[in-house]
Structures are given as C-alpha cells and as structure tokens.
Design a protein around this ligand. Sequence first.
Ligand SMILES: *Cc1c(COP(=O)(O)O)cnc(C)c1O
Length: 377
Amino acid sequence: MSIGPREIGAAVGVLAAGDLSRYSSRGPSRTTRLEREMTSWFGVEHALAVNSGTSALICALVGAGIGPGDEVLVPAYTWVSTAAAALAVGAVPVLVEVDESLTMDPIHLAERLTPSSRAVIPVHMINLVCDMDAIMALAQDRQLVVIEDACQAIGVRYHGRPVGSIGHIGAFSFNQHKNLKSGEGGAVLTNDRRVFERASMYHDVGSYEREEFASDEPLFVGVNLRMPELCAAVLRPQLRRLQALIDKLRTHREIVVEALSSSAYSCRLGPHNDPDDAVGLVITFDDPEEASRFGQNRGARRLLDTGRHVYTNWQSIAARRTAHAALDPYAWAARPIEFDEHSCPRTLDILGRTCTVELAPEIPTPAFRLLARRMVR
Ligand SMILES: *Cc1c(COP(=O)(O)O)cnc(C)c1O
C-alpha cells in the first residue's frame, strides 16, 4: 500500500492535536477507532492493535494460555517471528513441513502431534492461503488452538472469509513490507472474549481501563506492546483502500499467469488452496537450477533464497540461545525436541524449486503488463 495524502493528513492531525497515545486522546482514540474498523472489515468480535506482528503472535499465545511445557506447531517456511513467539511465552516450536502450496502440510501436521501439542500456527505466506478446512478439522479433533499468522496476507480471503478471522485467533503485522503499513504495528483478532481480555492485559502493563473487561479473568502482569496513535492514524485510510489493493494484486497476478504461458522457462503454476480467489502467486520448477536462474530476474525471487523465512536460517533458535540461560523453554518441554538443518527436507526441496514475483501494486497496470512479459521471458 502506498502512503499518500490521506495518510500524511492523518499523521499531521495527530501531531497537531498533540495526542500521541491512545490514553491522551479526548474521545475515542485513533487506535480505538482502528480496532472498531478492523472488527467490521474482518467480521470478528474483538480486535486489539499492538506494536508489531511478533507482539500480535505473543499476545495471541498468551491470550490462549500457552506456556512452558506446551508444543506449538509452526511451518518450516515462515518469518522467524512465528517460531520466536512460541519461545517468548516459554513454549517450544515444533516444525511442520510445507507442501507445494507453500503452506503447512496438514498431513505432516497430524504426524507431528504429541500429547503436549497445544497450538498450531498456520502461516498464510506471500498472500497465499493455508488449507484451513483440513487444519480446523484436525484442531477440533485434537483440541488445538489455531492461531493464524496472517501477517503476509491481510485482506486475502479463503473460501470467502478473510484470513485471520477463521482460526480461534488471528495475527497481523503492519511493518514496512506488509499489505497495510505503519512502519511497525500489528493486531490480534478473535471472537473469544477471554482470549481478547488476556491479550489486552498482557499488551499493556497497566494503563488500560478495567471496566472494559467483562470476564472474571484475574489481572496478571504484562509488558508494554501498545500501538502509538500515529500508527493507527496512518492505518485507518489504508484499511479503506484494502479491498482495492487486493483487487489490483489479483489483476497483476493474472497478468503474470498469462505471461508465463508463453515463457521459455519450463515451469508451472503451483497448487493453491483456494484457486478461484487466488492473490498470491507460486511458480514451481522441476529443476532447482532453473528456479535459481528465474529468481535472478528483476522482481522475481526463489524462495529458498529469502533468508530468515527458511528455518535453516533461524540460527538463534537452532542454537537454543535465549536472553538468559535459565530461561530455557526446551528444558521445560515434556520431551527432547530435535531441530537442525535436516528437520524438514521436503520444505527445502520445494523452496529450492519455487519462485514468486512481485505483483507491484504501486505500478500502473499497463506498465506492469510490459514488466511482467520481460520478467518471465
Ligand atoms: C512480518 C511477519 C511477522 C512479524 O511481524 P513484525 O511486525 O515484523 O514483528 C510474523 N510472521 C510473518 C509470517 C511475517 O511475515
């Protein structure tokens, strides 16, 4: 999403009023308004704005009561934050392979479950969608909490429902690279009042208004993960343009798909969990060398080469280094959890043969059409 006059106006409005935090605002703050607007856009009961996607995942886990001794299933292809969030609450991440849709393989997920499995975090990578029907069915069967990491797919739908609103809890990021951006920022979505109240308490060590809370959940200590008013102000006008952004991404995707049909590369469109409503684009090759060559094109990239989105590059997690030696979630786990570069060979094979291209919504569509042809030639 590009930052334009509406975002600049909104930011100036906050600065001119001098109300930089949600509690200094007279009347409903920008943050409160953003939360209300998100509940209606995404069709959920509760939304909590926080200061990052990582914070949103941590608040979601805390909200669901996940902690030491618990295992949290995460895909081997995701930004490192998904796994780090589990460790931040004292739980351990357990890696699950992705399939060719580039999202968590529900069959491998079922194989990785143990009596200590408490939560699963399916991640909707690069505007793709997970196989939520299979994951929700399994979760119901095995009593798992489902936290959707929708940080990279805000506004995308799965069978008609926005991602982030399908699981028990959803997490968004509004960092510089996401569909909606405020530099840093995030949000937690849920229909579960207790989860919402626990997440709210945790994200705010002490300023919130208790009377907003209806349940009998006792007050516990939190930290400060609050969203600044400037961030909320610049996100609100973007939220109003979110559908237009998604529509444009979809149009640009179609253009690339069409260009690929006459490409010299021997590649095919990867499988998608909701092909009729696809926004994210997966290009699969048989030969990793050819994928690597394609990935050198401007605007294209091979997914294996995207740094800490691949579990083999999560050095601090593989080394089990936490801020203090005694704060060791692995020591609190019910069993030894193995994790090294060989843990998910299928994920590495798939990422080595898969590329995506930037759908560049900031570029006018006629210009993008020319670019796309050049990109896949
Ligand atoms: C960006 C991202 C996060 C974390 O978001 P931050 O706002 O950078 O903390 C988590 N998960 C995924 C999949 C992401 O892409």
